[in-house]
Design a protein around this ligand. Sequence first.
Ligand SMILES: [Zn+2]
Length: 283
Amino acid sequence: MIKQNNFILFDSREEFRLWLFQQKVARPIYKIQNHHTWIPNYAHCNGKNHFERLEAMRNSHMRDRKFSDIAQQLTTFPDGRIAYSLGRPFDIAPAGIKGANANGICIEHIGNFDYHGDEMSAQHRQTILFINAVLCQRFNLPVHTEHIVYHHWYSASGDTVYDLNSGKRLKGIPAKSCPGTNFFGGNTVSDAQKNFIPHVKVVLAGTAEPDIPIPKRSEEVTNDMVGLTQWQQEMGEQAVRSLAEDGLLQNPKEWQSRLHENIPGWLFFSMLERISTMNKPSK
Ligand SMILES: [Zn+2]
């Protein structure tokens, strides 16, 4: 391992695992958070600039987002390497997912794993499965979607927008698509139950990973006409409804039919809604 400034970079997955089991952690850990960074992504990594990327993320989190240090305890790279944040040790809660930080560990996977984003490398894939497996092992957590969580399963206010056991979609708007609409074949709870959790279990069992193909997120889940996934469409429609109810928008039906135009409407209106919610006087 190499220790440099604010980070430790491990030489191998096995070196990380041995180190992990030597760490004393007083904070109870129940949630392993999976995120993608979106930016930086694969284009920003050259296999030599791990520390440069880590320090840049730390600077941006501290300067732009006013965090006390980098948000995450752990970072994974396209070449499969793992880094630990000395300024965000396991005993300090991460700034990853509102509602899942107090007992959480945050892992940022460098890349853009949205549909049409980066194609995850084989080394990275193996590391992502491995890091989730060994964290469950270290903190005695069942390999289950109640403990291995995606950012997408939470709203900006920190409520779960899926039932983490059954996978049923609940009310509320996901804060992000993170860790990506194409992360191991999709970002919903049932996607994870189908395409992620079983692979983590195999890695945990210590056997070689079998060759189970991970389906690409298929076009059938997108609305053909507008190219929006179901949750994007819902998010946009809900935002338009809410703005119309507040009298901030007229002709909601027309706006809902235009969600797909130019900048993604679902995103635009969700941002507007958040701004208008922030500006509302508290009752
Ligand atoms: Zn995230």
